[in-house]
Design a protein around this ligand. Structure first.
Ligand SMILES: NC(=O)C1=CN([C@@H]2O[C@H](COP(=O)(O)OP(=O)(O)OC[C@H]3O[C@@H](n4cnc5c(N)ncnc54)[C@H](O)[C@@H]3O)[C@@H](O)[C@H]2O)C=CC1
Ligand SMILES: O=C(O)C(=O)Cc1ccc(O)cc1
Length: 363
């Protein structure tokens, strides 16, 4: 029987635990600083046993996953090294940055135990064990950062366990990880937050901003709702990369300012043209760092209770809706509902069901 200890049973830790829970030969122990979160984990059946201390959780563990904010990883590693762990135990983490923890672990002597950094590249703006799901990592990339001292069989043992997540395991060197993830995840989060705060300032003068920001603006800035504590730690941890990226970002924005100052329409055209060309090459519908919402538009007759009917139709088939929104509703014309799903499977099942019930569905 393999014992897996999950430290920090929130969105990521809870989702990992759910992937391992009830798999033959695996027992999942959880520890969290917040007893309420542990209680919820037990109630939801996310873990087999809730532990009152780190020591209890890791006692005899074959695998330990640190699923706490990035700023706590080093102190947790230190605490683990003071506990007598099971020989051969593999410690990993799910932190969004990899260079600093890899460097820290490499400078510590881990007698008979191994550290391999990890980053499942899927998540959401939500946090806490309530948002955890065993489907979170399916088809996503899961980065592991072994170093040259990591024995191959130890890496293979961790990779084999992580097969339960149904993610694609990839080996990446930690600095390269932080450079790329800084650009495709951390920078977009900073931009989304700055943009939302800019609009919030304008809205103080004129409340119409808020009304008109519904829909598209709200969607493209979803990531601005990430957990402040978690993002503070990520940005400070990847500070050097982000400073470089923000300098580049400023240069890109200055270029637009120049183009507009000189009314250079051709230049603006070229910017959109090259962005469109690169964007069209990006893999479509592949699960990436920033999750896509899978949206479906449904024409609906304008009568009371229609939202409830559709929600019930999907709910009865256990299809999870992540959002439902009326896009258009006027007394004289049929309305359009936008249904958002978290994954393609739910979206496809919903389309089939709605079509069978004679709804007109568009993507
Ligand atoms: N949220 C996301 O989309 C993703 C997050 N990550 C990484 O996963 C890690 C965890 O993030 P989430 O699960 O999203 O956050 P979360 O807030 O849902 O879960 C974190 C859990 O850690 C617990 N915790 C906090 N301090 C603790 C301590 N001192 N000792 C024990 N437990 C403690 C909290 O009570 C909470 O249950 C972070 O390092 C983050 O960078 C990685 C990929 C995606
Ligand atoms: O909300 C989203 O789509 C995200 O971008 C989630 C996320 C947050 C942190 C990560 O390290 C990876 C993924």
């Amino acid at each position: 029987m393999d014992k897996v200890a999950v430290i920090g049973v929130g969105l990521m830790g809870g989702s990992l635990a759910l992937c391992f829970k009830d798999k033959p030969g695996i027992r999942v122990a959880g520890y969290d600083i917040n007893p309420l979160e542990l209680e919820k984990s037990m109630k939801r059946g996310v873990i087999d046993v809730a532990c009152a201390s780190l020591e209890e959780a890791v006692d005899g563990a074959d695998f330990i996953f640190l699923c706490v904010p990035v700023g706590l990883l080093e102190q947790y590693l230190d605490r683990l090294l003071q506990i007598s762990l099971k020989p051969g135990c593999i410690i990993s983490d799910v932190g969004s940055t990899k260079a600093s923890i890899a460097h820290y672990a490499a400078s510590r002597v881990l007698p008979g135990v191994y550290f391999i950094g990890g980053h499942p590249m899927a998540g959401s703006e939500r946090s806490g064990v309530e948002a955890a799901t065993s489907l979170l990592y399916e088809n996503a990339f899961y980065v592991l950062t072994p170093d040259e001292t990591t024995p191959e069989d130890i890496y293979d043992r961790l990779a084999a366990l992580l097969k339960h997540t149904k993610a694609h395991i990839v080996r990446v060197e930690p600095q390269r990880h932080d450079r790329i993830v800084g650009a495709v995840s951390h920078l977009p989060h900073v931009i989304a937050v700055a943009l939302v705060n800019q609009i919030a300032r304008y809205n103080e003068e004129d409340g119409l901003y808020e009304s008109l920001a519904a829909g598209g603006f709200r969607d493209i800035t979803r990531i601005a709702s990430g957990h402040p504590y978690m993002w503070r730690d990520i940005l400070l941890n990847n500070r050097d990369e982000l400073l470089r990226l923000l300098r580049d970002w400023n240069a890109g924005i200055s270029k637009f300012t120049d183009l507009l100052e000189t009314s250079d329409g051709e230049g603006v055209y070229r910017e959109f043209e090259s962005a469109g060309a690169f964007r069209s090459k990006l893999p479509e519908r592949r699960k990436g760092m920033i999750i896509a919402l899978y949206d479906v538009y449904v024409d609906v007759p304008d009568h009371p209770g229609i939202i409830g009917q559709i929600a019930t139709l999907l709910g009865d088939q256990r299809i999870n809706l992540s959002n439902i929104q009326i896009i258009e509703s006027r007394a004289d014309v049929p309305g359009v509902l936008r249904l958002s799903f978290r994954n393609e499977t739910d979206m496809d099942a919903a389309i089939g069901l709605l079509k069978k019930s004679n709804y007109k569905v568009q993507l």
